[in-house]
Design a protein around this ligand. Structure first.
Ligand SMILES: C[S@@+](CC[C@H](N)C(=O)[O-])C[C@H]1O[C@@H](n2cnc3c(N)ncnc32)[C@H](O)[C@@H]1O
Length: 404
């Protein structure tokens, strides 16, 4: 039996330590990225840039674009297992990412397959080999393998983050306590800022269950270094009903009541309040035709926009390594943040490509395949493009992820 020295409170699971009692090393393989598709904002922008949008079949990404939109930065939708993808991103992006939001799987399977309604029938897509592997890595050994999966990825996420960066990790209440301990271990307890409750007040409940209805998820908010000058912007939201409040002001560092000439306290009517750690944001329902894309674990864009408003600035680089239907990418497009989104599923990648960023249907996606997927996928012809007014580019060619 290995002699494991435990000198602080820590979460342990089967497989965390190897046979000689040392922590398993996090795999760090640097693989090349293969560019599948490049999308420009408009024909005019493309012509102005005088750059090719059609790429050779075996063109690889050299990562030589600038770091701002002006310098030619391209957002990236990356298809592959995020452990390999992040290890490969470290080469160029270690310490460069301003903000991370992740929403890792916390169900058991719903995250790796999808259901779509076709007429009256419901189509269920089986997992591909890579999705099956990701599923096995995640749930094959129960909670232990889940924690190992996440712990390894958190290490890469931390290394990608700037010293002034912040990370938001979305979880449900079942996984929440474990994830909090993992976050403490990787990011440090001192760097914990908040546990946010996302209160989805409109969720339909199953009244047959003998327990209180579940109405919130948790989001852990950490910074890489609490001592650094990290971005934090206090934001306000509308109150349900206006309240009458005492008017207060700061005098010599202390808050005191404001008084009028007669020495009486002054009241004011407040219609807004500072956003605290309980976020009352509706969850998506299939009836919400403008936003719902039929992705079971899809989160509302407003939720991620709130994260962006609090902890990032326009032009900042945002990473979502479990991107699903691409909600973070959409939120970033709306708020002019640069973004990298990663997913192992073909369907989520396909969905993100198709998903409009705004009401006018514009899509602005830079699209790179992951190191591991591309070889097989490149058999498909390079795409051709059509552009119409008010619409993003549409493909007339087929992409590998159409082929599900
Ligand atoms: C809970 S969903 C994210 C939902 C997303 N926030 C949205 O609004 O659509 C989790 C996603 O993580 C992806 N995923 C799971 N394991 C992964 C891995 N090892 N690498 C990359 N993506 C992974 C799944 O394919 C799934 O799309």
């Amino acid at each position: 039996m290995a002699n494991i020295v435990v000198n602080k409170v820590e979460l342990v699971w089967p497989g965390k330590y190897n046979e000689v009692g040392t922590l398993k090393e996090v795999p760090r393989v640097n693989l090349p990225f293969q560019v599948i598709e490049r999308v420009n904002e408009s024909r005019a922008a493309r012509e102005a840039a005088k750059g090719p949008t059609q790429l050779g079949l075996f063109e690889t990404w050299r990562g030589d674009e600038g770091v701002t939109f002006e310098e030619g930065w391209r957002n990236k939708l990356i298809w592959g297992d995020n452990l390999l993808v992040m290890a490969s991103l470290l080469d160029k992006y270690a310490g460069k990412v301003d903000l991370i939001y992740i929403d890792p799987p916390f169900g058991t399977g719903a995250d790796f397959s999808f259901k779509a309604e076709v007429g009256d029938a419901v189509l269920v897509k089986d997992q591909s080999i890579l999705e099956e592997k990701a599923y096995r890595d995640t749930w094959g050994g129960g909670l232990g393998s889940y924690l190992q999966m996440l712990a390894e990825r958190l290490v890469h996420l931390r290394d990608l983050l700037r010293p002034e960066g912040a990370i938001f990790v979305h979880s449900d209440v079942h996984m929440g306590p474990y994830i909090r301990l993992l976050m403490d271990a990787v990011f440090g307890e001192a760097n914990f800022l908040n546990e946010i409750a996302w209160y989805y007040y409109n969720k339909m409940h199953d009244s047959r269950k003998k327990l209180l209805p579940k109405a919130f998820d948790v989001i852990f908010y950490y910074v890489k270094n609490r001592g650094a000058n990290y971005t934090y912007q206090s934001i306000t939201e509308a109150r349900g009903a206006p309240v009458r409040q005492l008017k207060r002001k700061k005098v010599k560092g202390r808050m005191v009541n404001v008084k009028d000439e007669q020495g009486k306290v002054v009241y004011q009517e407040k219609t807004t309040k500072v956003v605290d750690n309980v976020w009352r944001i509706r969850c998506l329902q299939p009836a919400n035709k403008s936003e719902w894309v039929n992705f079971e674990t899809q989160k509302p864009v407003d939720l991620i926009e709130r994260v962006l408003s609090i902890a990032s600035k326009p032009g900042d680089l945002v990473l979502d390594a479990f991107s699903g239907s691409g909600t973070s990418a959409i939120a970033c497009e709306r708020q002019r943040r640069r973004w990298i989104a990663v997913d192992v599923g073909r369907y989520p990648i396909h969905l993100t490509r198709k998903r409009p960023t705004a009401a006018n249907g514009v899509r602005v996606l830079g699209f790179h395949s992951s190191p591991v997927r591309c070889a097989a996928d490149l058999r498909h012809a390079a795409p051709t493009w059509q552009e119409g007014p008010g619409a993003g580019p549409h493909r007339s060619g087929r992409c590998a992820c159409d082929d599900r």
